[in-house]
Design a protein around this ligand. Structure first.
Ligand code: GLN
Length: 483
């Protein structure tokens, strides 16, 4: 089964359509749907049409790659030269970077066409995209529900096919959870596989950029286009130079199911995931259940580490160097306080305070240091699993999409929705969320496939099995794709 991007690329290469025509088509769709969906917060149509003309020249000359001439959407925390990059925060409301993120450079170099920047939780902090200063995007599967977050705009844009693909960022699940809520594919590569140069930092030891797509083969194409070492990101690492080969053969692969991931999971969701696991077994995979006791500590460990790092990373927004500055103030200290109070939303302020608290002298040992030690423990337990097994299968989230506005009074439940995704970031592993069906209410359910560090192609291949064998959500993968 071919993905949308392969089909679009073939149409462009054969001359059946041009990048200019395709871009115009997507622009028309965006103009129609975006006013209600709120998936994009900044549109870059003029630039897109110019870039499409350049891409058409590349296509004519037979240069470029699989993504040449195909439009895409970018999360608004990824820097774009001369184009608004606001993290959906008032504090960066007029920020136009002077440089492109490494992933944008890479996509530019192959003639990809940027349609616009997508909505997100402010500074990527949230699980609903409702903390955006532009208001929340809506879930195209059911407009009464949120998209999930924080890359909610990217997931909504792909689910509504007002972007053939999008990039998101994932610190604790922000690619995978909105992909699950919107019924699309979301892939978080191994920590370090994709350069974060130009990604506005949230939790630097956890942040990773990755694709949100209609299909697994699309995710592999985008991953191949953006990965690789970069001297400007010390944590980036070289990945295999050859393109990812998607092998749907699962005979003999060893899959682990950790009991902790399934504890208390809703029966309907559990049944959908078990149905897919049975298919793996039927095709020759060996499935065993394991215990990873430290998964129970993952959520508090994540929130301590992520908030600690955020409190340090967000120290740079002071009204002096760039971004928003409060209009009235008495002296420099007052200016910084007023700028940060007016510029940051409530959730971001809460996390900066929590992060500052866990790092402060007297509390450092009790919280931050303890969290770092527990992080090593969880990593060690994960390493043990991958000594014996190729993959872990888990739910992406313990719930389906929340009703709009739900998170307002239910912060704890929304934090809890990250329980299955954060362990992956804590351990720096690759993981993909693929749709595995819908509940009776019609909401999509995501299944997560997790692999060992730098076993990204094994994760993608195992996910591709579901696509190739039409195991789950055929209608979700292709049915909604209008060309
Ligand atoms: N929901 C998590 C948080 O709010 C994850 C966010 C993310 O991955 N950026 O921290």
């Amino acid at each position: 089964m071919k993905g949308l991007l392969t089909r679009l690329s073939a149409m462009l290469r054969s001359g059946e359509t041009s990048s200019y025509e395709l871009t115009k088509k997507y622009i028309a769709e965006i103009e129609k749907s975006n006013p209600s969906l709120n998936a994009y917060v900044h549109l870059t149509f003029e630039r897109a049409l110019k870039d499409a003309e350049t891409a058409d020249k590349m296509l004519k000359n037979g240069v470029g790659g699989a993504l040449t001439g195909i439009p895409y959407a970018l999360k608004d925390n990824i820097c774009t030269d001369g184009l608004l990059t606001t993290c959906c925060s008032r504090i960066l409301c007029d920020f136009k970077p002077y440089y492109n993120a490494a992933v944008v450079e890479k996509l530019n170099s192959v003639g990809a066409v940027l349609l616009g920047k997508t909505n997100m939780d402010e500074f990527a902090m949230g699980s609903t995209s409702e903390t955006s200063c532009y208001g929340a995007p809506l879930n195209p599967r059911n407009l009464s529900y949120v998209t999930g977050g924080s890359s909610g705009g990217s997931a909504a844009a792909v689910a509504a096919n007002i972007a053939p693909y999008a990039l998101g960022s994932d610190t604790g699940g922000s690619i995978r959870q909105p992909a699950a809520f919107c019924g699309v594919v979301g892939f978080k590569p191994t920590y370090g596989a994709v350069s974060r140069y130009g990604l506005i930092a949230y939790g630097s030891s956890l942040d990773q950029i990755g694709p949100i797509t209609h299909t697994v083969s699309d995710a592999a194409l985008v991953y191949d286009a953006i990965r690789g070492a970069d001297v400007r990101d010390m944590t980036s690492a070289a990945t295999d130079a050859a393109p990812t080969v998607l092998d749907p053969e699962v005979k003999g692969i060893k899959i682990a199911l950790a009991d902790e991931f399934f504890e208390g999971l809703d029966g309907e969701m559990k049944a959908l995931i078990e149905g897919v696991v049975k298919k793996y077994e039927a095709y020759g995979a060996e499935v065993s259940s394991v215990s990873i006791p430290s998964l129970k500590t993952a959520l508090p460990v994540y929130y301590i580490i992520a908030c600690a790092e955020a409190s340090s990373n967000l120290g740079r927004y002071d009204g002096i160097r760039y971004g928003f500055r409060a209009a009235d103030y008495s002296d420099v200290d007052d200016m910084v306080v007023r700028t940060r109070t007016q510029g940051f939303g409530k959730e971001v302020q809460k996390r900066i305070m929590l992060g500052t608290y866990v790092l402060s002298s007297g509390y450092f040992d009790a919280y931050y240091k303890k969290a770092c030690l527990l992080r090593e423990k969880l990593k060690g337990e994960m390493d043990k699993v991958f000594e014996k097994f190729d993959l872990l299968i888990a739910p992406t989230a313990p719930v389906t999409a929340f009703k709009r506005g739900y998170s307002g009074g239910n912060a704890i439940e929304t934090y809890h929705s990250d329980v299955c995704t954060v362990p992956v970031n804590i351990a720096g592993l690759p993981a993909i969320s693929i749709p595995c069906g819908k509940t009776k209410t019609g909401l999509p359910v995501g299944m997560q496939i997790i692999g060992d560090r730098f076993a990204d192609s094994a994760v993608l291949s195992a996910a591709y099995f579901c696509e190739a064998e039409s195991v789950c959500g055929e209608e979700i993968y292709e049915g909604d794709v209008r060309l």
